[in-house]
Design a protein around this ligand. Sequence first.
Ligand SMILES: C[S@@+](CC[C@H](N)C(=O)[O-])C[C@H]1O[C@@H](n2cnc3c(N)ncnc32)[C@H](O)[C@@H]1O
Length: 291
Amino acid sequence: MANPAELHDDTEFVKFWNEVLAPKFIRFKHVLVDGLSQHSEAVFPALPVRVGDAVLDVGCGFGDTAIKLADRVGPEGRVVGIDCCDAFLDYARQDAATRGIGNIRFERGDAEIALPVNEYDFVFARFGTMFFTNPVNAMRNMRLALKPGGRMVHIVWRTRDDNPWLSMAKDVVMQFLPPPGEDAQTCGPGPFSMANEDMVRGMMKSAGYEDIEFKRVDAEVVVGKDIPDAIAFQIALGPAGEVYREAGEEAEAKKPEIEAALSMALKSQKVTGEGLMMPSSSWVISAVNPG
Ligand SMILES: C[S@@+](CC[C@H](N)C(=O)[O-])C[C@H]1O[C@@H](n2cnc3c(N)ncnc32)[C@H](O)[C@@H]1O
């Protein structure tokens, strides 16, 4: 049966993911997937996933977590990765095919509109839920995708202050450019929209979850192979990227000054064999669908 979400026109946010963000995410996949996977690696071994389970990965992006989950559930189980962005799904399907993984499927869908109902033992989302424009509704869809007693885990960023890998560059760029206006084009509420534990607990209760638990994970993440790569990443994506993009010609005119200031700010960060590292912090939130 067709996914009900496919029967709707794309929202402006889904269009933004496909048209504006996808090419930038592909360019900086080494930062976004290889770097940020540390937040899922930290919790993967303890996830309540059993051999034979049916698992849904919401906002699965390039599919790396869905592929790991497919390995966990084994051939008796199955994993579905859902994302609203065609280019990410193409990459994920190709990656799974290259690895010869047979128990996985990637589908186009908008979690805000609809998800399959009452089908899964476990629902997962790494850095996908913070972009929902109506988070209670979308998290209710995620709960309804679970069988009664099924568990969900989602990973979201904690506060700006604990995530200088995203917030520091914005502070620098804002010294040169105006803040984005009310009508700025965005991909939804943004990376820090689920930083507040009390607020998110309230949203999840409203979405019908029980047994809601928060676990803090701190990790140094790669922000680029070197300083020029990190600067290019920061002005393309994330909060600094939004300021830069919205400023248009003014940003392009001031690019040399902005890059010089970012270079100064990034110089003091740690360099390892992987690249330039900066601190980051997430919540790993787990909850149960009481049925
Ligand atoms: C920050 S990325 C995270 C991707 C992946 N989970 C990861 O950790 O690498 C957020 C993902 O959520 C997807 N997304 C955003 N809103 C969505 C929605 N309403 N329904 C389905 N996917 C959505 C985006 O296309 C994107 O792939």
